[in-house]
Design a binder for this molecule. Structure first.
Ligand code: SD4
Length: 332
């Protein structure tokens, strides 16, 4: 996504040689070539290279011998708490009525799943999703019920619409006729994170404020098990980002895990799912929507693929956290 000139790159590598400390979490550039064939565990992979702190948090937990469920939950909470991430949690862009509504899902290696949809005024939907998974016999709670459940577990009600997001919404309202088309919008940065811990156990988490300016009441792919996220510890995990409607139509994350079960590598499975998604959303391809998948298997191999150029992801392994540009299908 970000670009670095050759000269800047030379300067930067020279800096590395001087011994001047360069913080590994600083976003300098996303590499073009991704290490798709490497395998090692633990591994953490997350959508969008906008901030590497969520990965670093997850990695810190795994490095200390923590499990993948704690890693992905704590990792994506960093994005939920970040007011500058306007696609997730606090600071997320609102729907057409100026209301922030959140979707999230979580799965672990035991095959457990939890989700919340259309949740309002609670900053960390991923932790509510985890509680749904751990404390109830259900998989998903939505709206008022999800909020009441969260409050009963001690979550605090708060206003999630930051001044910056409110201003962006007002600006959109004023120019409604021009920016009406949210499908083609570059509204992204939803975080889906997959991790395998040193015990070989896989978990995943996905959290979002959904598409900006969506119709009030709209729920995307992120809380739908199998669409925004799927984990099967015998095989691997997959997660999505992008226009949720296109992902839901093919149950993309489930599809990827099933292809891996059939012997596809994570990369082959992501490419297969993106092609299926394009095929099944042919009628809106001209609207230039984006959708992307990441995947991880039991060996710690990863995959990433998107409909169009522009998707990137963050990978942590062997103590390093780096951003990579994803390969993509449509060269338009
Ligand atoms: C949704 N998939 O609600 C989410 C949006 C997204 O980066 O991924 N944005 O459709």
């Amino acid at each position: 996504m970000s670009h670095i000139s050759r000269r800047k790159f030379i300067k930067f590598t020279a800096l590395l040689g001087t011994g001047i400390p360069v913080l590994s979490h600083l976003k300098l550039f996303s590499k073009t070539v991704s290490p798709l064939t490497e395998s090692s565990i633990p591994v953490v992979i997350a959508t969008w290279d906008r901030d590497r702190k969520p990965n670093l948090k997850a990695w810190e937990i795994l490095e200390k011998g923590g499990n993948s469920l704690d890693a992905v939950e704590q990792g994506v909470r960093v994005a939920e708490d970040d007011p500058e991430n306007n696609s997730v949690g606090y600071g997320g862009l609102p729907d057409e009525n100026g209301i922030v509504t959140l979707d999230a899902s979580i799965m672990d290696w035991r095959g457990r799943a939890g989700a919340v949809a259309y949740l309002q005024n609670i900053r960390n939907p991923i932790s509510v999703a985890r509680l749904v998974m751990e404390k109830t016999k259900h998989v998903m709670l939505a709206g008022e019920g999800a909020k009441k459940f969260a409050l009963a577990y001690g979550f605090k009600e708060e206003n999630l619409l930051t001044e910056k997001s409110r201003e962006a919404w007002i600006k959109w309202k004023e120019g409604l006729s021009k920016e009406d088309n949210w499908i083609g919008s570059d509204s992204h940065d939803t975080i889906t994170m997959l991790a395998i811990d040193k015990y070989g156990n896989i978990s995943g988490a996905c959290t979002t404020s959904g598409l900006r300016w969506k119709i009030h009441g709209r729920v995307g792919d992120s809380p739908i098990i199998g669409a925004g996220l799927y984990v099967d510890n015998e095989v691997g995990a997959a997660g999505a980002t992008g226009v949720g409607e296109t992902i839901m139509r093919v149950l993309g994350s489930f599809l990827i895990v099933e292809k891996m079960r059939d012997g596809y590598s994570p990369q082959e499975a992501c490419e297969y799912a993106v092609r299926r998604l394009i095929e099944k959303n042919k009628n809106i391809v001209k609207e230039k929507f984006q959708a992307a998948f990441i995947a991880l298997n039991k060996k710690g191999e990863i995959g990433a693929y998107s409909v169009r150029e522009g998707f990137d992801y963050v990978l942590s392994r062997n103590g390093k956290t780096e951003g990579f540009k994803s390969k993509y299908e449509l060269k338009d």
